[in-house]
Each structure stands twice: as structure tokens, then as C-alpha cells.
Design a protein around this ligand. Structure first.
Ligand code: ADP
Length: 670
């Protein structure tokens, strides 16, 4: 799908765009940097065509986020809409999802849970006070910021009843495992009451490391939820058991309210103060220092700058103001970059300062350091497996009455076998990988504030180890020039195979999915998809083959860098400190650990590409969609001096990911 350069002009005028840091049912999220302030941001990118019927959901999310400003709600800075895409520029949360934090620690102590839970209560009290019900609360939708504080995201399913939160809602949505029984039963419900149930499930997940109601089969899961019985593990304190019970009350009227949670004894323990839930950054507040800095930059009067900011258009002015404010609040200088660039159109001086594209670097690599790559985005959009109708509908929750209709056969249709379809993908992918270039990233040096090295993320920290020249040989694997390997059989062929089969299947599945009456959030619970391909036995029918697909963007690198910015290529695994997303092994030989993992991935039906000591892993659904994407990186730890494996989930159901990675690591006997 060719995308005109002008389509992305706005985005690249104001932001540098880096690697993918996450993807959901609708969007890919990339790390970015706001050029004028030098602040990191997250850029949520959605393709309108792929959104289809779900476009209103994005509009809902944008409207809600414009109306919410709270220390524990992810801040929206800017919205850029083109004829084909929507970009949401958001506060960047480098700590990843709360979900990953929980599973990395198995479960959290009551004390640590309390710290997080108070923040969740604070966010929810605020959200409810603004008249919104979130309706998709779960640890995947709580991100950790650089100060280890939680930020609530994903307001696509939120509701703001016209008559206030006390009015009943009817749309059943959210993630099945977190859904209140009244939703499951298709009853009208009060949004805030349903949110409290989800908060109870979330609290249980924090304290226990697993879900109170869980099953591979959705129908069994619904039954468990509507019965409302779950087991309290022995390590829960009586206070925790009581609180969980008060939140996961079948009768919504007997459930605790968020107001009650604010000063609940369990919540107050060790704090002796209720949760502070009022916004520390109320909407509409104007900070004089930020205005002054902007006025100087824009060569305007303070009064007219203030008037401009007060329009709250969520354009470049809003973004600049909010990011300056964020800098100020974190004790950083309230300074904007002064850029004597020439403006090609008649934009304001503030905007003129953003005309820096000439100085930027380009790459087509999916996750290489890229800055302002127009081509790159159109490529990735073309190949991006995110969303599409099938993916969205796959995950929807079927009502008991239509259960049978949702169980579809994965039998290949229209004369095309699944194997053929996958072979096409392999062919195409190979065509793309054969063009690989040397992997070069920007040099990391301490430079002046506005000539920064690319931001580092849990995901990007792997860049140090990029382009590893060491070739590790394992059976059936071919290494290419830059040390990139694939488990794919690599037939010769072009890279332009049509995506039509995917689309047809998606359309067919959409038809089937239309019979569903409950709309649960996509991607969030791939179990509903699992159910669709699950036999009565409940056993998953997986394709026996391992598919060596290489997404174009992941493996193809065309990096145009200024000579001075080339990073020295480094051999060997990265040396890192122990982090929560690193699994320690008892071994000291990284190559051995890598080879053990490499040998186990095909067994687990995990498709992967290798770059040095980083394995980009994927699993595929029966409709040629990526159901899960994650990275495993073998690295060296300093204390203790052993080999570690850094994990990073990029896409897919969080609990399925947990089980899969645990399975891989335990089977690898490392
Ligand atoms: P969708 O609406 O398509 O489900 P999400 O908003 O849930 O997409 O984002 C998908 C993933 O991207 C998240 O689960 C998270 O890992 C990552 N992500 C989203 N927003 C941010 C952010 N502000 N900072 C860092 N990562 C983010």
C-alpha cells in the first residue's frame, strides 16, 4: 500500500521516529522524540483502512484522552490525522507493561502490590470523577513510567454515559478474564461497578501472578466467572482475601466502590492516609514559564501564545506546551531547541524550528534507529500484521447462545491451502531478506542535549549488540551477511506476494464473527481465538510446521547515516545489569545458551529471526496473522557473572506469552 510522502509530513516534521515498542489489536506503537523539546514520546500509529468499523473506537479513545489529565493516566500530546492514518503522540512509559513486571517477579509482595494498587485506585477515582468508565482494566493496560509509577492507557472501550456514570450501559466489552459477571451475562450494568470487578481481578493477578478465573475454553471461563468462585492461595493475608472478596462480589450493588477503596484499611495500611486521587496536573492549567519559552521561540507575545495554547487543539502547540511542562515538572530546564532552519511553508516560527529533516537519518529497518523515514512507515504499514478485521474479531467474546457459530474450521478455503498460503509468505519474506544490508546504528555518545543519541528502551537496549558478526552455527540455519539468521527454508523468489489471501480470510472470518453479540477487546484475549480452533477436547490444534517468515521491516536494513554516526560493531552478547525482565541461567557460555534456545524454538512452533544474540520470535495464527511477537536476548550479566535472557513481549496475549516463554526457557534446560 503506497503511502504518499505528504501523508507523514506532519509527523516527521515534529518527531524523530524510532523502533516499535509495542503493538495492540489496532495499533503499532513506536518510540519517538519530539524534536523541539528533545522529549521522548510514544507514537501510536493506526491505519484507518485496517481499523474499519473500529475507527469510532479510536475516536472515543482520543476524545477521552483529551479530557483526562492525571498523574496516573498516560497523557495525550498530539493527534495527527491524515487521509489514511492516525498518529497519537503519547507520554512515553519506558518501564513496559505492569503485566510483564508481574510475570517477571512471579507475583508481587503485598507491600509492592499496595504501592501499585493505590495508584490504580487514584487513576480510577479520577477517571470515574470525570464521568468515564474504563471498561478494559488489566495489567497490560497499565504502563510503568521512568519513575516506576503506573500510567493507565487504552481508553478505546471507555464509556461516558450522558446522564452520568450512574446510568446503565449495555455494550459488553473488555477482556473476558477481567469482565464482571453482569457483563458476561449480557445484563445492563453500571460502568464504575464493572471497573471495580476488573480491579479485583487485577489485584489478584498482582498478588498471585495468575488470574482468578482462567480457562483456555471461553465457555468454561464464562461459567467460572458467573459462578464467581476462585481459590485464594495460601500466601494471601486475611486482609487481602477480604479485599478481593469485597471487590469480586457477584452482586454489583454489594461490591465496593472506588470511593470506598480510597480509604479502605488494606489500602491505607502502612500509609495511614487515603489515596490522593485529585489531578496534580489539572486540565487547562497554564504555566507561565512554559508560555514564556514558547513565546520567545515563536516570536509572539505571551498573550497570544497563551491564547494559542488555550485552544487545546492537540496539535504541535499543545504537544510543545505539555512536553515543556513535563520537563519542568521533572526538574529539567524549560528550554526549546532553537533551530535556524528555513521553513518551506508559511508556518509559525515554532514550526519553522522543526524543519530539520535534512539533518536526520533514514532507515527502512523495522526497529533500527530511524529518524524521519517516510518510506519506512509506508513499508511497515504495508506488511504490518497488526489488526485487520480478523484479528479484531478473533478476540471477541462469543455469547453462550452463539458459541457454535464461532467455532469455525481453519480448513483452507477458496482452493488455497494453509500450507500454500504460508509458503507464499515464506517466499515473499525470503525475497525481502535477501536484500539485507549491514546493520548499522547511530553511535552512542554523550552529546549535547539536542543532539541526543537515540532513546533507549527496554527493547532498544539490544542495539548495543546489533550486527554481531559472530556466526553461530546450528543445524538447518543459514546465516546471512549481517549475522541474521532464520529458521526458514529459504526458497528463491520475489518479495511481492499479494496479501489478498490474508484479506479474504479476514473477510470470511469477519462474516462468521459478525454473529457474535459481545464485543470484547481485540488481541487482549487470544483465548477466544484459541477456542475457535480448539476441538471439544480443549486441545489446541496447532499447525505442525514451523514457518520461517521474516517480516520485511524486521530484517531488511537500509540505513543511511552520516559517516560520523556509525556505531562500532561489536562482537559478543551485550553486558547488562540484572533487570526485572531478565531470566538468570546457571550457565556462563552465552553461545551454548543461545544454541539451546535455538534448538527449542521450532519444537514450540515459534518462528524466529536472529540478529546476533537477539531472537525476534513470532507465532502465527491460522489466518496468517502474527498472534504473538516477542524478543529473547542472550546477554551477559555482571553480578552474578552468568548468562541471562532478556525477554520482551511486543504483541499478543500477555498470559499466553508468559506460558510460552516459561515453556521455552524451562525446556531449554538452561
Ligand atoms: P491498542 O489500542 O491497539 O490495543 P495499545 O494502546 O494497547 O494498542 O498499545 C499497544 C502496546 O504498545 C501496549 O501494550 C504497550 O506495550 C505499548 N505502548 C502503548 N502506549 C505506550 C506508551 N505510552 N509508552 C510505552 N509503550 C506504550
Amino acid at each position: 500500500m503506497p503511502v504518499e510522502r505528504t501523508e507523514h509530513h506532519e509527523l516527521f516534521k515534529y518527531y524523530e521516529v524510532y523502533e516499535t515498542i509495542g503493538s495492540g489489536g489496532f495499533a503499532k506503537v513506536k518510540l519517538g522524540r519530539h524534536i523541539l523539546t528533545g522529549e521522548n514520546v510514544a507514537i501510536k500509529i493506526m491505519n484507518k483502512k485496517d481499523l474499519g468499523d473500529d475507527l469510532p473506537r479510536v475516536k472515543v479513545e482520543i476524545e477521552a484522552m483529551k479530557n483526562l489529565s492525571h498523574q496516573h493516566v498516560c497523557r495525550l500530546y498530539q493527534v495527527i490525522e491524515t487521509s489514511t492514518q492516525i498518529f497519537m503522540v503519547l507520554e512515553y512509559c519506558p518501564g513496559g507493561e505492569l503485566f510483564d513486571y508481574i510475570i517477571a517477579k512471579d507475583r508481587l509482595s503485598e507491600e509492592e502490590t499496595r504501592v501499585f494498587f493505590r495508584q490504580i485506585v487514584s487513576a480510577m477515582a479520577y477517571v470515574h470523577s470525570q464521568g468515564y468508565a474504563h471498561r478494559d482494566l488489566k495489567p497490560e493496560n497499565l504502563l510503568i513510567d521512568e519513575d516506576h509509577n503506573l500510567k493507565l492507557i487504552d481508553f478505546g472501550l471507555c464509556a461516558k454515559p450522558k446522564g452520568g456514570l450512574g446510568f446503565e450501559l449495555k455494550t459488553c466489552c473488555g477482556s473476558p478474564a477481567y469482565a464482571a459477571p453482569e457483563l458476561i451475562q449480557g445484563k445492563a450494568y453500571i460502568g464504575s461497578e464493572a471497573d471495580v470487578w476488573s480491579m479485583g481481578v487485577l489485584l489478584f493477578a498482582l498478588l498471585c501472578g495468575y488470574l482468578p478465573f482462567d480457562d483456555d475454553n471461553c465457555m468454561v471461563l464464562y461459567r467460572k466467572i458467573t459462578r464467581g468462585t476462585y481459590e485464594n492461595p495460601r500466601w494471601l493475608s486475611p486482609g487481602s482475601v477480604l479485599l478481593l472478596n469485597q471487590m469480586m462480589q457477584m452482586d454489583p450493588k454489594r461490591r465496593l466502590s472506588v470511593r470506598h477503596l480510597l480509604d479502605h484499611p488494606w489500602v491505607m495500611k502502612d500509609y495511614n492516609s487515603p489515596v490522593a486521587w485529585h489531578s496534580r496536573q489539572p486540565l487547562g492549567h497554564i504555566d507561565e514559564d512554559c508560555i514564556t519559552e514558547m513565546a520567545v521561540n515563536m516570536k509572539r507575545s505571551r498573550a497570544s501564545t497563551t491564547a494559542l495554547v488555550k485552544e487545546w487543539r492537540y496539535d504541535q502547540t499543545t504537544a510543545t506546551y505539555l512536553l515543556l511542562l513535563s520537563k519542568k515538572q521533572r526538574g529539567k530546564p524549560v528550554r526549546l531547541r532553537l533551530e535556524p532552519a528555513v521553513c518551506e511553508d508559511s508556518c509559525s516560527p515554532l514550526h519553522q524550528g522543526l524543519q530539520t529533516r535534512e539533518a536526520l537519518h533514514f532507515s527502512e529497518d523495522e526497529d533500527a534507529v530511524i529518524v524521519g523515514s517516510l518510506e519506512f512507515c509506508s513499508d511497515y504499514i504495508d506488511d504490518c500484521p497488526w489488526v485487520s478485521v480478523a484479528n479484531n474479531k478473533d478476540m471477541r467474546l462469543a455469547s453462550p447462545s452463539v458459541e457454535k457459530k464461532c467455532v469455525y474450521s481453519p480448513t483452507p478455503e477458496r482452493g488455497r491451502t494453509t500450507a500454500q498460503h504460508r509458503q507464499e509468505r515464506r517466499d515473499r519474506d525470503h525475497g525481502q531478506t535477501s536484500e539485507n544490508k549491514e546493520n548499522i546504528a547511530v553511535q552512542e555518545t554523550d552529546v549535547e542535549i539536542f543532539a541526543l543519541p537515540p532513546p533507549r528502551t527496554p527493547a532498544s537496549s539490544k542495539k548495543n549488540a546489533r550486527a554481531n558478526k559472530k556466526v553461530l552455527t546450528t543445524p538447518n540455519q543459514n546465516a546471512n551477511v549481517n549475522g541474521t539468521k532464520t529458521n526458514a527454508v529459504t526458497p528463491k523468489g520475489g518479495g511481492s506476494a499479494s496479501k489478498e489471501p490474508d484479506k479474504k480470510r479476514a473477510a470470511e472470518f469477519k462474516e462468521l464473527a459478525n454473529v457474535e453479540i459481545l464485543a470484547f477487546s481485540p488481541e487482549r484475549r487470544s483465548r477466544s481465538l484459541d477456542m475457535a480452533v480448539t476441538g471439544d477436547s480443549g486441545k489446541k490444534k496447532r499447525g505442525g510446521k514451523v514457518f520461517g517468515s521474516l517480516e520485511r521491516g524486521l530484517d531488511k536494513m537500509i540505513t543511511m547515516l552520516t559517516p560520523g554516526k556509525k556505531r562500532a560493531l561489536r562482537d559478543g552478547p551485550r553486558k547488562i545489569k540484572v533487570q526485572y525482565n531478565v531470566t538468570l541461567t546457571s550457565q556462563t557460555n552465552p553461545d551454548q545458551v543461545l544454541n539451546q534456545i535455538l534448538s527449542i524454538l521450532p519444537e514450540k512452533n515459534v518462528d524466529f529471526t536472529q540478529k546476533g544474540y537477539t531472537l525476534k520470535c513470532r507465532t502465527w495464527g491460522d489466518f496468517g496473522k502474527v498472534t504473538m511477537a516477542f524478543e529473547l536476548e542472550v546477554c551477559l550479566l555482571q553480578r552474578p557473572e552468568v548468562v541471562g535472557i532478556r525477554r520482551q513481549r511486543l504483541k499478543g496475549d500477555a498470559w499466553v506469552y508468559k506460558h510460552l516463554v516459561e515453556d521455552i526457557l524451562s525446556t531449554s534446560s538452561i
